[in-house]
Design a protein around this ligand. Structure first.
Ligand SMILES: CC(C)(COP(=O)(O)OP(=O)(O)OC[C@H]1O[C@@H](n2cnc3c(N)ncnc32)[C@H](O)[C@@H]1OP(=O)(O)O)[C@@H](O)C(=O)NCCC(=O)NCCS
Length: 181
């Protein structure tokens, strides 16, 4: 899937196989470190070491199974600019549902529509997998929440002090959903 933003190189979205993800792991490590070290609340405190970031990606990639999880990346001019995951619920009472996870766009590539392109491709993947409901959580009041509102996600509520910022302060988390028509 290719998206062209005015006067910018095209963004190409790839859904990675386990082998491709493994080859991409060093860049995925950089993306996670860049996000955390620049203040994003995505599970870790800053500064995030390459070892700890690899500790997130290595087992995820080793267990990558398209029936359960799709790993998407956005490529611009041969560089991986961002990533997102679609986690497919497998239990019988929830197999119409999937979760959006670890949407990360490198700071050098933000505000160029990369996340928007990733989320459009993720929705396409979700629909192709027969999913009609997407859910996610994100830190309240942060750019990602604004992006999700812009993409039509609905806020169910915000839990105060749910997770720590990379600097260790507790912050609220918003729980959101989108019904895929
Ligand atoms: C949130 C994030 C993924 C957005 O990526 P991006 O590629 O810059 O987003 P896009 O360029 O597609 O932005 C689309 C829209 O989202 C909103 N948006 C994105 N970043 C924003 C910001 N910093 N402030 C306000 N609105 C913002 C705007 O409506 C924007 O449209 P516009 O640029 O025409 O105004 C990126 O900032 C990021 O990686 N943040 C750190 C990690 C993170 O918080 N991930 C979410 C985990 S749940």
């Amino acid at each position: 899937m290719q998206t062209k933003v005015d006067n910018q190189p095209a963004v190409t979205i790839h859904v990675l196989s386990r082998a491709a993800a493994s080859a991409t792991q060093p860049r995925l490590v950089e993306l996670l470190q860049d996000a955390v070290d620049n203040g994003a609340s995505v599970g870790y405190l800053a500064p995030l070491s390459a070892t700890d970031a690899a500790g997130y990606w290595a087992p995820l990639i080793a267990g990558l199974d398209p029936a359960q999880r799709r790993l998407l990346v956005a490529e611009i001019g041969g560089t991986i600019a961002g990533t997102v995951q679609l986690a497919l619920e497998t239990r019988p009472n929830g197999n119409h549902r999937a979760e959006v996870a670890k949407l990360l766009v490198h700071t050098e590539y933000r505000r160029r529509g990369v996340a928007t392109a990733l989320m459009a491709a993720l929705e396409q993947e979700a629909r192709a997998a027969g999913r009609t409901l997407l859910v996610l959580d994100t830190q309240s009041g942060e750019p990602a929440e604004m992006l999700y509102f812009a993409l039509g996600y609905v806020l169910t509520g915000s839990v105060p002090g749910y997770a720590r910022n990379p600097d260790g302060r507790l912050a609220p988390t918003s729980f959101m959903y989108k019904v895929l028509e």
